[in-house]
Structure formats: structure tokens, C-alpha cells
Design a protein around this ligand. Structure first.
Ligand SMILES: *Cc1c(COP(=O)(O)O)cnc(C)c1O
Length: 232
């Protein structure tokens, strides 16, 4: 029972430590707990320890857990690959989507966001390490896409997200995060209002915070290792 609470505390301590080390304002980095593949009772345990933002990658799995936990006041973020036929349920059931990688998906989410809900918060996913197999906008598509997404009525464009190629060396971990920060700064200079850099996972929290992350997405360091990812 105490395990998730103590792991959460350790992650928050890493974040506060990195904020101090890299001259970031205390508390300026938010923790998104990535609960994909972990059951609802583990999420409830994290919620009892004070965590209320959770990230999920698979729509069906996420909705099952949202229904099981509906009495808790949790904020749900969708962070997985998005198929067109899943956009309606994402628009109806989440507060944030971090993984928008093309305009067509944003247009569907805007059209399908229910009127009674606040605009859906959006991050554009950027393929910052230029890996041919990874999803995400290429940096040269970013500006045009961001300007179009920012005009969609039922969305609020908040920032950029990236999942760099895994790397274990601190200085090299910083490089793709620095490129994402520069892409963000470039958009801001062109008049696109952004306040979010969604970057950093269990193994590179510190490097991401050093380069300006405002939201780290952490799974393994909180919930332990995942089994086989479930589809759906
Ligand atoms: C699974 C996942 C994470 C969490 O990764 P960990 O290494 O377990 O912390 C973060 N972001 C995305 C997009 C993910 O799919």
C-alpha cells in the first residue's frame, strides 16, 4: 500500500531537486502519472497519495478505468497514438491530448468536443529525433500545423510534446529536449501562445527539466514495470 505513495514522493523529490539545480522556479514542473496497463486500484492508491493527473495510451482501457474511478476527481490526459475512429471518445472523455500529430486529428477533436465541456487542451507531438518509425510532426511541418490548430474553436493549443529516442547519457538526453524548447520558442516568437512543454519520462526527468519541461510524464518510476501493453 505504501509503495506507490513512496515512489510518488521520490519522483516529486527528483523534480524539485532538478528545479533547484537548473534554476527553474519551484513547483513550475507538473507531474503526469502514466498509468497505462496498470489497474484502477493502483490509480486510486496514487490518488490517495495526492496525485490527480493521469496519462493513458489506449482508449478502451482508459475508459474502463475512468468509469471505475468516476467518484474521484481526476484529470485524464490522452498520450497514445490516435486513430481517427477513436477521436470522438477521446474528445468526450479527456481534458488533455498530448499526441496530436496531424491537423486532421485536431479538426476531428474540435468538431467532436462536447459543448458542455471546456475546450480540449492540446499538445502537438513532434518527432524531435527524426526517427522514421516514430509518430509526430516533423519540425518543418510544425509552424503551419500549430497556426491552424490554434484557430480551431473547441481546442486550446497549449504546447509541444516529444518522446526522444532512448539514451542514457545526461548531456545527450538534453539535446532533443533543447530542440523541442527551441521549436516552442520559435512558435511563441511567431505569435502562437504556448505555455506547455510535455517532455521527460522516468529515465530522463532531470534532462527534460534542465531544458525547460513544464510537464513530465512518468510511469515506471511510480507504478513499477509494465507487463505487455494491452491493445484497445
Ligand atoms: C508510457 C509513456 C510514458 C511513461 O514512460 P516511463 O518510462 O514508464 O516513465 C510517457 N510518455 C508516453 C507518451 C508514454 O507512452
Amino acid at each position: 500500500m505504501a509503495q506507490i505513495a513512496s515512489r510518488l514522493a521520490a519522483v516529486v523529490a527528483r523534480m524539485r531537486d532538478a528545479e533547484r539545480r537548473f534554476q527553474r522556479r519551484e513547483g513550475s514542473v507538473t507531474l503526469l502519472a502514466v498509468s497505462k496497463t496498470h489497474p484502477a486500484d493502483r490509480i486510486a492508491e496514487a490518488a490517495r497519495a495526492g496525485q490527480y493527473r493521469f496519462g493513458e495510451n489506449y482508449v478502451q482501457e482508459a475508459i474502463r478505468k475512468q468509469d471505475a474511478l468516476s467518484e474521484l476527481d481526476l484529470e485524464w490526459h490522452f498520450i497514445g497514438p490516435i486513430q481517427s475512429n477513436k477521436t470522438r471518445r477521446i474528445a468526450e472523455r479527456f481534458s488533455w491530448v498530448h499526441s496530436v500529430d496531424r491537423l486532421e486529428i485536431a479538426q476531428r477533436l474540435s468538431g467532436q468536443r462536447p459543448e458542455g465541456l471546456l475546450p480540449l487542451n492540446i499538445c502537438l507531438q513532434v518527432n524531435i529525433s527524426a526517427e522514421p518509425t516514430k509518430s509526430g510532426l516533423s519540425p518543418d511541418q510544425l509552424e503551419a500545423t500549430a497556426e491552424s490548430v490554434a484557430r480551431l474553436p473547441r481546442l486550446r493549443l497549449r504546447g509541444l510534446m516529444a518522446i526522444p529516442a532512448p539514451c542514457h547519457e545526461f548531456q545527450r538526453q538534453r539535446e532533443p529536449f533543447a530542440r523541442l524548447r527551441e521549436a516552442r520558442d520559435n512558435l511563441i516568437a511567431r505569435g502562437v501562445e504556448l505555455d506547455t512543454l510535455s517532455m521527460g519520462m522516468s529515465d530522463d526527468i532531470e534532462a527534460a527539466i534542465a531544458e525547460g519541461s513544464t510537464m513530465v510524464r512518468v510511469g515506471t518510476a511510480i507504478f513499477g514495470p509494465r507487463g505487455q501493453a494491452r491493445l484497445g
